[in-house]
Design a protein around this ligand. Structure first.
Ligand SMILES: Cc1cc2nc3c(=O)[nH]c(=O)nc-3n(C[C@H](O)[C@H](O)[C@H](O)COP(=O)(O)O)c2cc1C
Length: 257
C-alpha cells in the first residue's frame, strides 16, 4: 500500500506501508495511522497528522496549508472537537468522574477531547460593562479568556457540576456569565451536555441546574441541550463509582456525541 505524506515543508513524498489498513472504519483511521507512524519511527514529524483514504491510497496531512482540508475531513469523518468543563472544586469528585466517563466514551468514538477543570483556574466575576459586545473580548485578563476561546472552537461543550443549593455551582455560573463575548461571535458549538451530581437521591434535585443551563442556551440559540446525566445520592468524592448506571450513561453520551 502506498501512503502519500504532506509534511511540514509541504513536499509530498510517497512511503510504502507493509500490511493493510484497509477495512478500518473511518473513525479509527487516525488511531491506525498513529500506530503505523509509531512502528515506522515517524512519530515526531507526523504525530499530529491525519490520514485519509481515496480508493486504495492513503494520505497523511500535516502541513499548515492542509489545515483547512484536515478540518473538512474531520467533519466528513464525523470527528468532533469536544470541550469538557468540570466545575467542581473537588478534583476526582463525583461530577468530575462523570466528566471522565464522558471523555472516555468520546475518545473511543474517535473525537478529540479537551478537559478543563475550573478548580485549576483563576476566574473573576463578570463586571457587566458589556464592552465585549463591541470588542468580542473581555476586559478581564484571566484564565477565562483561554476557556472561552476553546469553547468558541469546540463542536460540543460538556458542563459537569455538583448541585449546590438546587442550582449549578457558583463556578459554573460565573463561567457562563463570562461567555458573554461569544454572544455576538461566530461560535462553533452546537451540542451542549450536562453532567450533575447531588446528595439528594431524587433526579429532580438537578432540575434547577437544567433550567439554569437552558436559560444560557436560550441566548446561544445555535446550540441545544443534547444530553443530561444526573448522578444522585452521592456525597463524598468517589461515591458515584457505586452508581454504575450513571457512569454508563455518561460513557454512552460521550460515545454517541
Ligand atoms: C455548598 C454546597 C451546597 C450543596 N447543595 C446541595 C443541594 O442543594 N442539593 C443536594 O442534593 N446536594 C447538595 N450538595 C451536595 C453536593 O451536590 C454533592 O456532594 C455532590 O456529589 C458534590 O459533587 P462533586 O463531588 O462533583 O463536588 C451541596 C454541597 C455543597 C458543598
Amino acid at each position: 500500500m502506498s501512503i502519500m505524506v504532506a509534511p511540514l515543508d509541504g513536499k509530498a513524498r510517497s512511503l510504502t506501508c507493509r500490511g493493510s489498513l484497509g477495512g478500518v472504519p473511518g473513525g479509527f483511521w487516525q488511531a491506525a495511522w498513529k500506530r503505523w507512524c509509531h512502528r515506522h519511527a515517524l512519530e515526531q514529524p507526523y504525530r499530529h497528522s491525519i490520514m485519509t483514504r481515496q480508493g486504495s491510497r492513503f494520505f497523511a496531512w500535516r502541513s499548515n496549508a492542509a489545515r483547512e482540508r484536515v478540518q473538512i475531513i474531520r467533519e466528513r469523518l464525523g470527528m468532533k472537537q469536544i470541550l469538557i468543563v468540570s466545575t467542581s472544586p473537588r478534583k476526582g469528585g463525583n461530577s468530575d468522574i462523570l466528566a471522565d466517563e464522558f471523555a472516555r466514551g468520546a475518545r473511543e468514538a474517535g473525537h478529540t477531547v479537551e478537559k478543563v477543570c475550573l478548580c485549576d483556574k483563576a476566574i473573576q466575576f463578570c463586571k457587566g460593562c458589556l464592552a465585549c459586545q463591541k470588542t468580542r473580548r473581555c476586559v478581564i485578563d484571566d484564565d477565562v479568556q483561554g476557556i472561552v476561546e476553546a469553547m468558541k472552537r469546540a463542536d460540543a461543550v460538556v458542563f459537569a457540576t455538583p448541585v449546590y443549593y438546587y442550582a449549578m455551582s457558583g463556578q459554573m455560573k460565573t463561567l457562563l456569565d463570562r461567555t458573554n463575548p461569544l454572544f455576538p461571535a461566530e461560535y462553533a458549538f452546537r451540542d451542549v451536555y450536562l453532567l450533575t451530581s447531588s446528595a439528594d437521591a431524587s433526579e429532580s434535585a438537578a432540575d434547577g441546574v437544567v433550567n439554569g443551563l437552558k436559560g444560557w442556551i436560550a441566548c446561544f440559540d445555535k446550540c441545544r441541550l443534547k444530553g443530561v446525566v444526573r448522578g444522585t445520592g452521592v456525597t463524598a468524592p468517589g461515591d458515584i463509582r457505586r452508581h454504575a448506571s450513571a457512569l454508563e450513561a455518561a460513557h454512552a453520551l460521550g460515545l454517541n456525541a
